[in-house]
Ligand binder design. Structure first.
Ligand code: NAD
Ligand code: MG
Length: 399
């Protein structure tokens, strides 16, 4: 059998997921080639990556960064062309030569090129969960119209994907979960660095403490989201869209060891789980090679070293972000988009030491109250408008 081959665009190549993706890609030069690499402004990293992977294009945020990278690449004899801006991200995501797009930009900024890749019928390796929070319905519609192949990279969703029946995995909207005998999706959560910390001290949590995740090494924004449990909230919304799940078909289970990456409960009482080391190269390699399996360079899971697996109920009191996300999903319309935008502003302010850790859910709740009734959600323009309104409201409240 000829192995699967892909020509890739990696959106957010310089980030945590991007770097892990290139690590897997580098192991299989005969299977994967790189068409484009993108990064916001980490010119040094992108320069090194461009020399190693020889993409046709490198894309950065603005012309100043592009000029700098272009000069360095030219001096090094590289033939990679440098582009910049949001339009260039879309261009390299829809190019005819590209068969698969890794969507690993952080935040709502990643949505337009990810949606464009879906519309163009690419294999979409979806790490950017914000795309589904912001525009879940539109994105899933685009996937089904174009026949794009959607592979979840978020570890929990990748785990669920792996243990769902194949029919549902590949055509989730052709039937309901119930039709394929699934009762519930059990989404695991590590609980983050503050799982056992006394709530009295939450107001004093510093950015350094919040980005130190006990099990996963990730970008700063998702690390703060993991600490507030907003990450799990965003993942509930992500699961709703990816798997055509109703709200009452998704349960969050805190599992501090992060070895069980999620589970699916069937009508007959079976619960199927996917286990592994907490290393994003596993879901990335799964998505790249699907339906084949390749060595991802991941350490073998040592169950004896792990010893035990614990499970707890989530604490909605200490972690109100999780409740806010469930509420936003229940409210529907533009509420998830508003939640997402307010969270991005809140997290940036927290990292800037302009907002306390407990201020994050407080700000999001205020913004939801400010905006929710006022925003439509019928078109992409509506959602982008809701996103803008929510950011403005959050910034106004931050003063
Ligand atoms: P990161 O901060 O390490 O990397 C983000 C990447 O996006 C970088 O390449 C950066 O240059 C680029 N970027 C940032 N802002 C941009 C903008 N405005 N325009 C264009 N590019 C921009 O983030 P990460 O941890 O790699 O996460 C990426 C995405 O994957 C997020 O949506 C996150 O929720 C999701 N995810 C990450 C992990 C993980 O283990 N890191 C796990 C699951 C899901
Ligand atoms: Mg996850």
């Amino acid at each position: 059998m000829t192995p699967v081959h892909h020509t890739l665009t990696i959106l957010g190549a310089t980030g945590s997921i991007g770097v892990s993706t290139l690590d897997v890609v580098a192991r299989y030069p005969e299977r994967f080639s790189v068409y484009a690499l993108t990064g916001a402004s980490q010119i040094d990293k992108l320069f090194q990556q461009a020399l190693q992977f020889k993409p046709r294009y490198a894309v950065v945020l603005d012309e100043a960064a592009a000029e700098q990278l272009r000069a360095r690449l030219r001096a090094a004899g590289s033939e990679t062309e440098v582009l910049c801006g949001a339009d260039a991200l879309i261009r390299v995501s829809v190019a005819l030569e590209v068969t698969a797009v890794m969507a690993a930009i952080v935040g709502a900024a990643g949505m337009p090129p990810t949606l464009a890749a879906a519309k163009a019928g690419k294999r979409v390796l979806l790490a950017n969960k914000e795309t589904l929070v912001l525009a879940g319905q539109l994105f899933m519609d685009a996937v089904s119209v174009s026949g794009a192949e959607l592979l979840p990279i978020d570890s929990e969703h990748n785990a669920i994907f792996q243990v769902l029946p194949r029919a549902h995995r590949e055509h989730p909207y052709a039937q309901t979960l119930r039709d394929v005998g699934v009762k519930r999706i059990l989404l695991t959560a590590s609980g983050g660095p503050f799982r056992t910390r006394s709530f009295d001290t939450f107001a004093a949590i510093t950015p350094v403490e919040a980005v130190k995740h006990p099990k996963w090494s990730m970008g700063r924004k998702i690390s703060v989201d993991s600490a507030s449990l907003m990450n799990k909230g965003l993942e509930v919304i992500e699961a709703r869209w990816l798997f055509n799940a109703q709200l009452d078909e998704i349960a969050v289970v805190v599992h501090p060891q992060s070895i069980v990456h999620s589970m699916v409960e069937y009508a007959d009482g079976s619960v199927l789980a996917q286990l592994g080391e907490p290393d994003m190269r596993t879901p990335i390699a799964y998505g790249l090679a699907y339906p084949e399996r390749v060595d991802a360079g991941v350490k073998q899971l040592d169950l004896f070293a792990a010893g035990r697996l614990d499970f707890e109920a989530p604490d909605y009191q200490r972690f109100p972000c999780l409740r806010l996300a469930f509420d936003a999903l229940r409210a529907g319309g533009a509420a998830p988009a508003i939640l997402n935008a307010a969270n991005e502003v809140a997290v940036a302010a927290f990292l800037d030491e302009k907002l306390s850790f407990v201020g994050i859910p407080a700000l999001i709740e205020q913004v939801l109250n400010d905006c929710a009734g006022a925003c439509r959600a019928d078109t992409l323009q509506d959602l982008l408008h809701a996103d803008t309104q929510a950011r403005e409201s959050a910034l106004r409240r931050l003063g």
